[in-house]
Design a protein around this ligand. Structure first.
Ligand code: C2E
Ligand code: CA
Ligand code: CA
Length: 789
């Protein structure tokens, strides 16, 4: 029992079957043992009874034989002739009578023992001494018994001869009759073995028939049995037997003899063998029945458990199939509990997967889902299948977010996501983050279908939308890449579509553009610029050029705008338009801007007092700490008065953290530094900034000036700007004035100052001084223009 729980079974049903079969087998074994013991006991009792009965029969046979010999001896003792002959010593007559009788009795010894102990009529004189030993018993009146004569155990019977007084005894002896023993064996109801044993000293016995010693194991029980008249178990003649010993009366003290009856136990049990077989068979059948029944019962319990086990394993692999519930027992309840659990896990997992792979705001797939999906598509599609990846980026989304709030920005994204999904029906649409979306068009037939899709997407996005009472007209730019030409994995395709997107934005927003290898080259070039820029700072490859701004009211040069130039060792002069964005992206604009500020102030310090210097400050500089320190440091180092420094900023500085920006602007202005808003009119909501900060000057963007002469309403716009600025107490500068006609019109509109190639291109620092000495040429130009107007 204690062993069973330690055995490791793979299945509960085997364990139960083994347990119950073991228990049953144990009980069976105990019953069989009891049965076998009792069968043996019954057999022993029955055999013992037979043996005792046979012993009694032998007793009677023994007594009969004794009486037969005694009767014959008495008859002869009473015979007158014999008495005469023995009295007269006629031994020949007596001997013949004895011999005659001996023959008839079938005895092997017949003698006369005289009262004084002489043995008369003996045929074998060698036996005389053994026979003489009988005298004592005869003299004490014992007339029969066993005696050893001539080494043989014999049955002796005697009768006294009275003539008339006792003269002697007639003694007959015969070998213990083997035939009698065989007869006895035959008489018995059971095939027993009968023999006579004689004492061979204390505790030792020998077989009377062949003289062999009985083994010790037999001798001891024999002695016991003699006293108790009980059967005993012993190995007799090499076979396990049941024995019974019965002592025979002895004539001579010491000549003890006994009848030994024995019966082989195997034979005794043979009768019970069929019963035992039957018993064994029943036990075996019972065992089989128990095993089968237990196993089947166990199966009935364990089968649902196994199904549960399998289901649990499936569950671990993400298979949420429900289990069939049968019945209403504990197992059924367990199964329905399991089903409930599986359902809940499934729901939870779906929720988690949804969260992990979907954008919470728009419900579109997210970036990880995009990667998984595209990589899977590419894996599945053969090399021939073409897949197009359209990367969308909303134009000026940041401005919407910043000016109208994130709530409106979110609403716009949700609305546009729905439009994308609706337009790109058979495509996979994902939001990569921010205002960046991607549309994957599988199995593209050719560029034409992608062209059509891109146009439709741009059109769909561009539909005006009203959010919180304001109408917004969104727009998007799209970059497109193809698999397998532009990449065979999601990451490469996306990177290349992104490059194409940059191009689309550069080409003018609201357009789409396909990826080309050259874009990669351009990206490569940009990286090159980046590393060259780092060196440029160290090597001092920058220089400042200055472009004058002519004050129309005062009729003189009021200020110079500092414009950076990069003397690249191999490329020559690099335009700020090419490297300023890179410097801004990498943060290198900060040290570069600081150098510009120091250099500009340094140069301006040597100009006449009424001439200011205008320095462009990037929004990136505004959002990094240290800008005011840089400006104050430059002023202090050059000794330039703060009111002679004008900082030019663009609207982009308001796009993030406008609070801090305004604070910084105010603090600069409180020092006397002038603030100009550059490129005015190109931004999203230029007008809204005018109210938030009292700029000293607006610089009207070059595009308006160029449009003055070509586009009809442009003049009115410029007029409105100058009027507004004047109303707000701000000066205005017209940028990019190239023609006198433009100048005349600006003059008429009341523009404060002008800047452009018409007056002067940006010039090296060393050439500035010359302009002060001959200002006449400017004055003349302006006169001319005014006259034209
Ligand atoms: P911006 O601030 O608008 O500067 C005026 C630009 O217009 C200058 O280009 C100038 O050469 C150009 N320009 C002036 N008059 C005319 C004209 O009549 N016709 C035409 N077509 N162009 C004219 P530049 O020097 O190439 O500078 C380009 C831009 O680079 C600047 O635009 C400014 O945004 C940026 N930049 C230049 N220097 C610096 C600098 O030191 N720091 C920062 N942060 N940006 C700078
Ligand atoms: Ca400028
Ligand atoms: Ca400008």
């Amino acid at each position: 029992m204690a062993l069973l729980p330690e055995l490791q079974f793979r299945s509960l049903s085997t364990r139960l079957a083994v347990l119950y079969a073991g228990l049953f087998a144990g009980v069976l074994l105990a019953v069989s043992a009891l049965f076998s013991i009792s069968v043996q006991e019954i057999a022993r009792v029955q055999v013992a009874r037979q043996l005792v009965a046979s012993g009694a029969v032998y007793d009677r046979l023994w007594q009969q034989r004794t009486r037969q010999m005694q009767d014959a001896a008495q008859l002869l003792a009473r015979d007158f002739g014999f008495r005469e002959a023995s009295a007269t010593g006629d031994s020949a007559t007596a001997a013949s009578a004895l011999a005659n009788l001996k023959g008839r009795l079938n005895a092997n010894l017949a003698v006369v023992i005289s009262a004084d102990g002489r043995v008369i009529g003996i045929e074998q004189p060698a036996l005389r001494r053994d026979i003489a030993r009988l005298w004592d018993a005869l003299d004490s009146g014992q007339m029969s018994g066993v005696a050893a004569i001539g080494g043989r155990t014999r049955q002796v019977a005697a009768a006294p001869i009275m003539a008339p007084t006792l003269t002697g005894w007639i003694v007959f002896a015969s070998d213990i009759d083997a035939r009698e023993l065989r007869g006895l064996e035959k008489l018995s109801a059971i095939p027993l073995h009968a023999g006579v044993i004689v004492s061979a000293g204390p505790g030792r016995w020998r077989d009377a028939a062949d003289g062999s010693l009985l083994a010790g194991v037999v001798a001891a029980p024999v002695a016991d049995s003699l006293d108790k008249h009980e059967a005993f178990n012993a190995s007799i003649g090499g076979t396990a037997s049941i024995g019974f010993a019965k002592s025979l009366p002895a004539m001579v003290a010491g000549d003890r003899a006994a009848l030994l009856l024995s019966y082989s136990r195997a034979e005794a049990l043979a009768a019970y063998r069929p019963v035992q077989w039957a018993m064994g068979l029943i036990a075996l059948l019972g065992l089989i029945v128990v095993i089968v029944a237990t196993w089947r019962t166990a199966r009935r319990i364990t089968e649902p458990l196994e199904r549960l086990d399998e289901a649990a394993e499936r569950l671990a692999e993400g298979d949420y199939r429900q289990l069939a519930v049968e019945g209403r027992d504990e197992l059924a309840r367990l199964a329905s509990g399991f089903n409930r659990m599986a359902r809940e896990i499934e729901e939870r997992e779906q929720r988690i997967t949804h969260l992990a792979f979907n954008d919470v705001l728009t419900g579109l797939a997210n970036r990880s889902m995009f990667h998984r999906h595209v990589d899977l598509l590419l894996e599945r599609s053969g090399s021939g299948d073409v897949l197009a990846l359209l990367c969308l980026d909303l134009d000026h989304f940041k401005t919407v977010n910043d000016t109208m709030g994130h709530g409106v920005g979110d609403q716009l994204l949700v609305a546009l996501a729905a439009r994308l999904r609706e337009t790109a029906r058979d495509c996979f649409v994902a939001r990569l983050g921010g205002d960046e979306f991607v549309v994957v068009q599988p199995l593209v037939a050719g560029r034409l279908s992608v062209d059509r899709l891109a146009q439709e997407l741009i059109k769909a996005v561009a539909r005006p939308i009203e959010l919180e009472g304001q109408q917004i007209t969104p727009s998007t730019s799209i970059g497109i890449s193809f698999s397998p030409d532009d990449g065979i994995d999601a990451a490469t395709l996306l990177r290349n579509a992104d490059l194409a997107l940059y191009r689309a934005k550069a080409d003018g927003r609201g357009t789409y553009s396909f990826f080309e290898e050259s874009l990669n080259a351009r990206a490569q070039e940009r990286r090159q610029v980046e590393s060259d820029l780092r060196l440029a700072i160290v090597r001092g490859e920058f220089e400042l050029h200055f472009q004058p701004l002519f004050d129309l009211e005062k009729g003189l040069i009021g200020s110079f705008e500092a414009l950076i130039r990069w003397n690249h060792p191999t490329r020559g002069l690099v335009s700020p338009l090419d490297f300023i964005p890179v410097a801004e992206d990498t943060g290198m604009i900060v040290p570069i801007g600081a150098w510009v500020m120091r250099e500009a102030c340094h140069q301006a310090a040597s100009w006449p007092d009424h001439v200011r210097v205008a320095v462009n400050v990037s929004s990136v500089q505004f959002h990094r700490s240290g800008l005011s320190e840089t400006i104050l440091g430059a002023l202090a180092a050059s000794g330039l008065a703060p009111h002679r420094l004008e900082v030019e900023i663009t609207e982009s500085i308001f796009l993030e953290g406008s609070e801090a920006t305004l604070k910084l602007l105010h603090s600069l202005r409180s020092l006397g530094i002038r603030i100009a808003l550059d490129d005015f009119g190109t931004g999203y909501s230029s007008l809204s900034y005018l109210q938030s900060f009292p700029f000293d000057k607006l610089k009207i963007d070059r595009s308006f000036i160029q449009a003055l002469l070509t586009r009809p309403g442009a003049s009115a716009v410029v007029r409105a700007i100058t009027d507004l600025a004047r109303a707000l107490g701000m000066e205005t500068t017209a940028e990019g004035v190239e023609e006198t006609a433009q100048l005349a019109e600006l003059y008429a509109h009341g523009c404060s100052s002008v800047q452009g190639f018409l007056l002067s291109k940006p010039i090296a620092a060393g050439e500035v001084a010359a302009l002060f000495s001959e200002p006449g040429s400017f004055g003349a130009t302006i006169e001319r223009s005014a006259r034209t107007a």
